[in-house]
Design a protein around this ligand. Structure first.
Ligand SMILES: Nc1ncnc2c1ncn2[C@@H]1O[C@H](COP(=O)(O)OP(=O)(O)OP(=O)(O)O)[C@@H](O)[C@H]1O
Ligand code: SF4
Ligand SMILES: [Mg+2]
Length: 322
């Protein structure tokens, strides 16, 4: 029996931005640093981490909206890193994105019908007439009615607008959908409806999700696998349930301790890491958490930490926890 091909396999993916740091001086900012992740068909990998840890940059690299400094992206076993022209267009139809703010991501001048049809017109060369039927069916599938096709974004509620964003992402039947904080701008009750919709679409179509979120309650609910990012690096990865039950990296422990629990009797703790996340510019040569880590030792300051396999599908980048 042959092993199933991963929908996504990312190897050593790195993005360094050259940025001005005053006068004529320039510095390198490693936004994404040697990331290795993969997602199997029908699974959700959640990427979590503080603001500025590189989550959106990672997503943009995967979708080829940004060119990497180094590394490869395999989509369904095909290296799309250097791909261009018609071959890339074909792959673009297999990977789509749903953004955080649905109103921002929809053109105010375009009807819902035109927005949802666009990927079909662009990637599959369908005419507007040919696209009308699949668009109507897709709108119904995401909980809207074909009548919504004639409306403009300002005539929709936040939840309806996000359903349009999801319809646009799903219309080309993608293998991978990146969801960058897809529910964080919505009311709680709407959030859960959207999460249920995403789950049912995943089950029906065997789609892989790369789910970016700050909200660990949502991640706990939706993720099969988890990758925890800190200053551009993945510091812990593996099956979500195992990591939630027993985090190994001190940064993961801190994130989970600071997050609200579903159990209201469990008091949320905020104090664990020392200080703020440092600038991605002034990176120490050793472990990125050195300086904030409560169990650090001197050796951590200049010993780089790579992800190491600790069994049960888990990887951790901390010599004290492997
Ligand atoms: N185009 C760019 N040019 C220079 N630096 C950038 C650029 N895009 C992102 N960065 C920097 O890269 C780092 C990672 O940013 P990114 O937006 O990927 O973080 P994030 O984890 O998505 O944060 P958030 O949770 O706030 O969305 C940050 O330090 C950011 O300032
Ligand atoms: S390597 Fe050292 S500083 Fe880094 S997380 Fe482990 S103990 Fe903390
Ligand atoms: Mg982001």
């Amino acid at each position: 029996m042959t092993a199933a091909i991963d929908t996504l396999a990312v190897r050593d993916l790195t993005k360094i931005f050259r940025i001005k740091t005053g006068g004529f001086r320039q510095s390198d900012l490693k936004a994404v640093d040697g990331v290795d992740i993969s997602i199997s068909p029908g699974r959700t990998l959640a990427v979590v981490g503080e603001s500025g840890s590189g989550k959106t940059t990672l997503a943009r690299l995967i979708l080829r909206l940004l060119e990497p400094t180094r590394g490869t992206v395999l989509l369904e076993d095909v290296d799309i890193t250097g791909m261009e022209g018609a071959a890339l267009e074909e792959k673009r139809a297999r990977m789509q994105i749903v953004f955080q703010d649905p109103y921002d991501s929809l053109s105010p001048w375009q009807t819902v019908g035109r927005t949802v049809a666009e990927p079909l017109l662009l990637h599959q060369n369908l005419s507007k007439q040919q696209a009308a039927e699949p668009v109507a069916a897709m709108l119904e599938r995401v909980g809207l009615s074909p009548e919504h096709a004639r409306r403009y974004p300002h005539e929709l509620s936040g939840g309806q607008a996000q359903r349009v964003g999801i319809a646009r992402a799903m219309i080309t039947n993608p293998a991978l959908v990146v969801l960058d904080e897809p529910t964080s701008s919505l009311d709680m009750s709407v959030q859960s409806q959207i999460l249920l919709l995403l789950q049912s679409l995943q089950e029906e179509r065997n789609i892989s999700y790369l789910f970016i979120s700050h909200d660990l309650t949502v991640v706990r609910y939706i993720a099969h696998d988890l990758a925890v990012m800190y200053l551009g690096k993945v510091v812990e990865a593996g099956p979500a349930a195992r990591i939630f039950a027993s985090p190994r990296h001190p940064y993961t422990e801190a994130l989970l301790k600071a997050a609200p629990r579903p159990d209201p009797a469990h008091k949320t703790e905020h104090v664990y890491l020392v200080g703020e996340q440092p600038s991605a510019l002034d990176r120490a040569p050793g472990c990125p958490l050195y300086g904030r880590c409560p169990i650090a030792e001197d050796v951590c300051a200049d010993t780089p930490q790579e992800l190491a396999d600790i069994g049960a599908g888990r990887r951790v980048a901390c010599w004290k926890r492997t």
